[in-house]
Design a protein around this ligand. Sequence first.
Ligand code: PRT
Length: 106
Amino acid sequence: MSGIGETLDALMATVEARKGTDPKESYTASLLSAGRERCAKKLGEEAVEAALAGALGQKDELAAEAADVLYHLAVLLAANEIGWDEVAAKLAGRTGQSGHEEKATR
Ligand SMILES: N=c1c2ncn([C@@H]3O[C@H](COP(=O)(O)OP(=O)(O)OP(=O)(O)O)[C@@H](O)[C@H]3O)c2ncn1[C@@H]1O[C@H](COP(=O)(O)O)[C@@H](O)[C@H]1O
């Protein structure tokens, strides 16, 4: 099994490759062609479902919903021309900061 980084890189490459392709042939292409607001709405829905599963301690459901969240996040990032590298840089910039300090500088 590959790590999460490789998995996310492969997912983003697939999402990027769907740009401009036939929306009838690909769910990803249909989301991208519908625009950023549609992509954002789907991410929000999946995030709520993941949050509910987590709050209820539904482990399998949470893992599945977390995968949906990551997929829809990849689509929204791609729709905004942002890659995982920019997200990783934000996370790396916070390494070593306490959560309280980080909140103050965000
Ligand atoms: N990871 C995913 C993934 N996760 C979820 N989904 C789709 O997300 C949709 C969400 O389902 P919902 O029940 O929330 O919504 P729905 O009512 O079916 O659809 P909406 O009208 O609400 O958008 C389903 O159709 C799922 O198939 C995904 N579709 C694609 N991928 C990845 O994207 C790749 C390319 O997919 P295509 O673009 O479809 O070729 C796939 O190989 C996967 O790796």
